[in-house]
Design a protein around this ligand. Structure first.
Ligand code: FDP
Length: 745
């Protein structure tokens, strides 16, 4: 009935329950003059409950919030008694006297000063006066939030049970003999545990790398239709002579101008807590767990909004750290045409050129550089059909030479057009084996991009034979040749035409311009790399990458740690130990590794420095174990130890899902940060020639997995990396293959 009170309606007393809430108080001191304050650390001393006593030796230290700001936070009831205290400066060296602020004690009531925000003045021995600005902020929080944060704080500070394990260790069989691993026995056949990989993973080791290169825009445009027709192996003939060979003068207003690298002319050869007091009603925040009053949300710290030429914005790598810094510096300082880099491959057929080009493309993309792979063979097949015989490739066949130069020009022009739209690195994949062809490309590049030739020389007949056989099996050029031996003969004839020394257009090793020459480096031992006229950040990284990569097949096993106690509670980060399920997984994993790598005595186990991965590796015997800090989980900063729910509640303004790749947790990391710190891990994984088992974390494994499977950066934060599952990546001569084993339901 209208007008009835709620009590009258149901007979219950609806007087709202009073949740008093608490005051989260943050007291700050700021001194911009760091040189004067030097070794003096701000402290607070006062009456209970803020400080245990006025004794300066028991004063509470403030925490450094930034270079000039110090902070102490605590929680009190809103109707708290007046808190009386003073600031102190204590020297780092305990033998020196401390300095107490001038004037009367400060009094805090209801989260506010009674006597305003007066400056804190300290008179030092030599009559020097130090002035600090003082602030106080108070915020009401619920006791539930406080309790949750306190619990997270305590859990976070539970001492790790793996402290003291050296960074590099190896368990003997004997040590683990006592472990009860009967419950963890695995079926003899590991295939029993295989589960399907996500549909986005690399389809097969036998995928032909050239197929996934750029689709020609100058040949029929519709890339979707071209790619679908390539997919089933049948290659359409598209004949558009009017576009062939046209060299369009670039619209200089649209050309994105950039800097570069040329300098040296030398030819070089590189051969291979303590918990703070129990505070009787007052909780002192030491930076973990409490909903602190944090200013910075840095999802927008990566900004491309600075003053560059139009068209430049896409050329800035989607990256953090060194990659971003180097790119920006290059954009500001270097010659304009060097802002785009063309890596022009040079080699005889079957020397691993396309594979190297694909690998380099993947690496640069993963680092955040906008990179594309242009394969001239793909253009040739679309323009002239895939079933050209060896004759087409003869250097004394003028029509063949013209036709091949035409498609090379088309592909190069497509690459330049893409650069003008913001592309950064184009990898131009063709034999480019004569000086005349390379001169043509250098002319096309003039004023538009910087060229570095990347020549791969291989003298190992076994590797060449293997590459040739793979080519016959996989290349669309031989898709319609049913007789393998006939294909083999034809392709060998083709190679011989490129090699012939008596003809005018023969294979000519690169001696001009900027170049990187890889000689017999495919096996990963021996060989050499020569560099000429190379300088700058990106070319330097490319050389470093190439020095470390090789084609020796080996598996890399990626797995998350066994389920942790934090995983069970839905808390992120932290350094908790394993749950019961996690304990079982670590035993199963040890059995799995024992079986999978039984004949691989040089294999290695890498973990992070967090106890959940070290514990997971514990029962694995017989292999060296190495802890890498770079493999630690994404640092969730002030959110470390919270649940996603608590983060939402405590930091409503932060929205990580808007751009999870770039979102940097306050005082923590973004996915882009994680990628940057993983670069040495990738280089080392490329360099290793024996299997590696990487036991790490969700975010880190997403980033590593994305590298091997060439997933776009934007997808990394959502890649599926389930617990208790091993992702086996096989790096082979032909590419990357994936298998997944699920050891537990
Ligand atoms: O980037 P999101 O999707 O939050 O995933 C990363 C999170 O995964 C977790 C688990 O939720 O990793 P971990 O298994 O190593 O504990 C968190 O610690 C970490 O913050």
């Amino acid at each position: 009935m209208a007008g009835d009170s709620e009590e009258e309606r149901d007979g219950f007393n609806h007087t709202p329950l009073r949740i008093p809430g608490l005051l989260y108080v943050s007291v700050k001191m700021e001194n911009p003059n760091l040189t004067l304050s030097g070794d003096l650390l701000p402290h607070v001393s006062g009456s209970f409950p803020l400080g245990p006593s006025w004794d300066p030796s028991k004063a509470l230290s403030m925490e450094r919030e930034s270079a000039t700001v110090w902070e102490l936070s605590f929680v009190v009831p809103p109707n708290h008694e007046a808190l009386e205290f003073k600031f102190l400066l204590k020297p780092k060296c305990i033998d020196n006297p401390c300095f107490v602020e001038e004037g009367s004690s400060r009094v805090l009531v209801g989260g506010a000063w009674q006597d305003g925000d007066r400056m804190a003045l300290f008179r030092l021995d030599n009559d020097l006066v130090l002035e600090y600005r003082v602030f106080v902020e108070a915020k009401r929080i619920s006791p539930f939030d406080l309790a949750a944060s306190w619990r997270a704080y305590q859990e976070n500070f539970r001492l790790s049970s793996v402290r003291g394990i050296p960074d590099v260790s190896i368990n003997s069989e004997h040590q683990t003999g006592s472990e009860n691993i009967t419950s963890a026995n695995l079926e003899l056949d590991l295939e029993h545990y295989i589960v399907p990989s996500p549909s986005t993973s690399p389809s097969s080791a036998l995928a032909y790398a050239a197929n996934s290169t750029e689709n020609p825009r100058s040949l029929g445009g519709g890339s979707a239709s071209i790619s679908s027709s390539m997919g089933d192996g049948s290659v359409p003939m598209i004949n558009q002579p009017e576009t062939v060979g046209e060299v369009h003068a670039p619209d200089q207003s649209k050309v994105y101008q950039s800097p570069g690298m040329v300098k040296s002319q030398s030819v070089g050869t590189i051969c291979p807590p303590e918990k703070e007091g129990s505070l009787r009603g007052v909780s002192i925040d030491r930076g973990v767990g409490f909903p602190r009053l944090v200013k910075s949300s840095s999802s927008d710290t990566f900004t491309t909004n600075f003053n560059l030429d139009p068209g430049t914005k896409n050329s800035i790598p989607a990256a953090a750290g060194a990659v971003a810094a180097a790119a920006i510096a290059d954009q500001m300082l270097g010659p304009k045409e060097h802002r785009h880099l063309a890596i022009v491959m040079v080699s005889l057929p079957a020397r691993g050129k396309t594979y190297t080009a694909a690998k380099l493309t993947r690496y640069l993309r993963w680092l955040g550089h906008n990179t594309k792979h242009f394969n001239v063979g793909k253009y040739r097949r679309l323009k002239h059909g895939s079933s050209q015989s060896a004759d087409f490739f003869r250097a004394d066949n003028p029509e063949g030479v013209v036709a091949r130069n035409e498609v090379a020009k088309m592909a190069f022009e497509d690459m330049i057009s893409w650069m003008q739209e913001g592309g950064q690195v184009g990898i131009f994949d063709a034999t480019n084996s004569s000086k005349q062809r390379r001169n043509m490309l250098m002319k096309l590049a003039e004023g538009r991009c910087k060229i570095i030739f990347l020549e791969t020389i291989c003298n190992d007949v076994e590797i060449i034979e293997r590459n040739i056989r793979f080519k016959i099996q996989q290349s669309p050029d031989y898709a319609e040749v049913p007789d393998f031996e006939a294909g083999l003969r034809d392709f060998k004839e083709r190679v011989a035409y490129y090699e012939k020394a008596s003809l005018s257009r023969v294979y000519e090793t690169v001696e001009e311009g900027s170049y990187i020459k890889m000689i017999d480096m495919a096996s990963g031992h021996g060989g050499q790399i020569q560099v000429n006229n190379i300088s700058g950040y990106l070319p330097g990284r490319i050389v470093f990458f190439l020095v470390n990569t090789h084609l020796t097949p080996r598996p890399i096993l990626l797995t998350r740690h066994g389920e942790s106690r934090f995983n069970v509670r839905g808390r992120i980060g932290g350094d908790s130990a394993l749950s019961e399920a996690g304990e079982l997984y670590k035993k199963k994993l040890a059995k799995f590794v024992e079986k999978r790598l039984k004949s691989e005595r040089a294999a290695c186990i890498w973990t992070s420095t967090l106890q959940r991965t070290i514990l997971t590796a514990g029962p694995i015997v017989g292999f060296p174990k190495i802890q890498w800090r770079a493999l630690d989980e994404i640092n969730a900063g002030v959110c470390d130890g919270m649940t996603y729910e608590e983060i939402k509640k405590n930091m409503p303004a932060e929205s990580r899902c808007k751009d999870k790749l770039r979102y940097r947790y306050p005082r923590g990391e973004s996915y882009l940060d994680v990628i940057q710190r993983l670069e040495p891990v990738i280089i080392e994984l490329e360099r290793q020639r024996a299997p590696v088992v990487v036991i790490s974390h969700q975010a880190v494994l997403r980033a590593l997995y994305a590298y091997f499977t060439d997933r776009p950066l934007q997808e990394i934060p959502d890649i599926e990396v389930p617990l208790h599952t091993i992702i086996e990546i096989n790096l082979g001569v032909t590419g990357v293959e994936e298998k997944r084993y699920k050891l537990m339901d």
